[in-house]
Design a protein around this ligand. Structure first.
Ligand code: GLU
Length: 380
C-alpha cells in the first residue's frame, strides 16, 4: 500500500518524463493582499527554463485568476462569495495572470501560450483530441502552454472547479507522463499534522485505497484555492488511471522544482496501470450520460475482462444514445467502470436481464454482441 522508501526522483527525470505538467496553486501565486508573488514565480520560471534546457517540455496549469481579480474588483471572500463573483473575478484576473506569465517567461527567452479550458473541452472525445493536438503543437513549437479553467464561462454544473483535476486531465491530453502539484502543503499525511503530532507524511502511495482516500479533507489551508487534499487525491486517481505519476509537493520554497528534484519530499502517487488512448480518456471522464447497474455475476465477469451483456444488467438510469459514456455500477452501488453504450437508453431498458437470443424479437433488429463491449470499457 505505502512504503517508506525515499522519493524516486528518477520518475521525473527528463530522460523518463519528456513532458511534465506543473500546477501552481492560488495561495502560492497570490499573496494575502491579492498581488502576484513575482519573485517566487520568477524562480519557478527559472526552474522551467532549466528543465527545458535539459530536454523536458513543461506545461503549466496556473491558478490565481479568481484571487487576482477579486482584489482588483474589491470583492469579498477572495471573489468566491458567489459563482457570479468568481466568474467576474476570473475575467479580470486572467488578463493579469496571462500578462505575468508572458513577462516572466519572456525574460527567460520563452514564449507563453494561453489555453483556457472548460470541462466539456476534455469530456467530449472530439474536442479532447483537438485540445491534445493544440497542446502538442504548441509544445513542439517551443512555446510554454499556460492552462487554466475558463472560469468566466464555466458554470457550476460544467466546471472542473479545481485545477488539480484539470491538471491531471490535461496531462492526459498533453501526453505527459508526470504531474507535479505545487501546493502550500508538502504532501499527504496520515492525519492532520496541525493537530495530530503522530501524523506522518507518506512519501510514496502505490494504491489509492479507501484508507488513503479517507486521509483527505476538502478544506484548503489558505481558503484561496478550491480543492484541498480531497481534490488532489481525485487528481491522483485520474492521473493514475491514465498511467501518469502525480506528486504533491511543497511549493513554499524558492525554486520549488529544483528543490524537489534535489531534496525529495512530497508524496508521489504511482500509477497502478497504464490505460492507453480511448480507455485512458474514458477512465478520466467526470460526467456520464447514464448508469447501468449490474448483478454480482456480471460484476465478476467484468473484472475478468468480459464485455457487459444485457443479461447481467439490473437497471438502466439516464437518457443516453448509443456511443455515449455510461457508468457501470455493481449491486451495492459501487462504481465499477465506464464504457460506451452499445444501445440507446430505451433499447437498453427493453432488453435488460435478457439473454442475446431473446433480444431480437423485442428490438426488431439483430442484437449486438454486448451492451458495453470490452473494447469500449474501462474498469476503475
Ligand atoms: N481556476 C481557478 C483560478 O484561476 C483556480 C481553481 C483552483 O483553486 O484550483 O483562480
Amino acid at each position: 500500500m505505502m512504503t517508506a522508501v525515499s522519493f524516486p526522483a528518477a520518475v521525473f527525470d527528463p530522460a523518463t518524463c519528456p513532458r511534465l505538467v506543473v500546477k501552481i496553486g492560488s495561495s502560492l501565486l497570490v499573496d494575502g493582499a491579492g498581488s502576484v508573488r513575482t519573485d517566487w514565480l520568477a524562480g519557478v520560471v527559472a526552474d522551467i527554463a532549466e528543465r527545458r534546457q535539459q530536454g523536458q517540455q513543461v506545461v503549466i496549469v496556473s491558478s490565481g485568476a479568481i484571487a487576482l481579480g477579486a482584489r482588483r474588483l474589491g470583492l469579498e471572500k477572495g471573489g468566491r462569495a458567489s459563482l457570479e463573483d468568481a466568474q467576474a473575478a476570473a475575467a479580470v484576473g486572467q488578463v493579469a495572470l496571462a500578462g505575468v506569465w508572458e513577462r516572466l517567461l519572456a525574460a527567460r527567452g520563452l514564449t507563453a501560450a494561453q489555453v483556457l479550458l472548460t470541462l466539456g473541452d476534455l469530456e467530449d472525445r472530439r474536442r479532447y483530441l483537438n485540445v491534445a493536438a493544440t497542446i502538442a503543437r504548441l509544445a513542439d513549437l517551443g512555446a510554454v502552454p499556460v492552462l487554466n479553467e475558463n472560469d468566466t464561462v464555466a458554470t457550476t454544473e460544467i466546471r472542473f472547479g479545481d485545477n488539480d483535476r484539470l491538471a491531471a486531465r490535461a496531462a492526459q491530453a498533453a501526453g505527459a507522463s508526470g504531474v507535479i502539484l505545487l501546493s502550500d502543503v508538502d504532501g499527504l499525511y496520515t492525519a492532520n499534522p496541525a493537530t495530530d503530532p503522530t501524523a506522518q507524511r507518506l512519501s510514496v502511495v502505490k494504491a489509492l485505497t479507501p484508507d488513503i482516500m479517507a486521509m483527505a479533507t476538502g478544506e484548503t489551508r489558505s481558503g484561496m484555492g478550491s480543492g484541498g487534499m480531497a481534490a488532489k487525491l481525485l487528481a491522483a486517481r485520474m492521473a493514475g488511471a491514465a498511467g501518469i505519476s502525480l506528486a504533491i509537493c511543497d511549493g513554499r520554497v524558492d525554486r520549488p522544482l529544483t528543490h524537489f528534484a534535489a531534496a525529495g519530499g512530497g508524496t508521489l502517487f504511482l500509477p497502478p496501470r497504464a490505460a492507453k488512448g480511448r480507455k485512458a480518456w474514458l477512465a478520466g471522464r467526470i460526467t456520464v450520460a447514464g448508469t447501468l447497474v449490474v448483478d454480482a455475476g456480471a460484476a465478476a465477469a467484468l473484472k475478468r475482462g468480459a464485455s457487459l451483456l444485457a443479461a447481467g444488467v439490473r437497471r438502466v438510469d439516464g437518457k443516453f444514445r448509443r456511443g455515449d459514456v455510461v457508468a457501470i455500477m455493481g449491486p451495492a452501488g459501487e462504481l465499477l467502470g465506464r464504457g460506451l453504450a452499445g444501445y440507446d437508453a430505451d433499447d437498453a431498458r427493453a432488453i435488460l436481464g435478457l439473454r442475446n437470443e431473446a433480444q431480437g424479437a423485442i428490438l426488431g433488429y439483430a442484437p449486438r454482441a454486448a451492451l458495453v463491449h470490452a473494447d469500449h470499457l474501462v474498469m476503475l
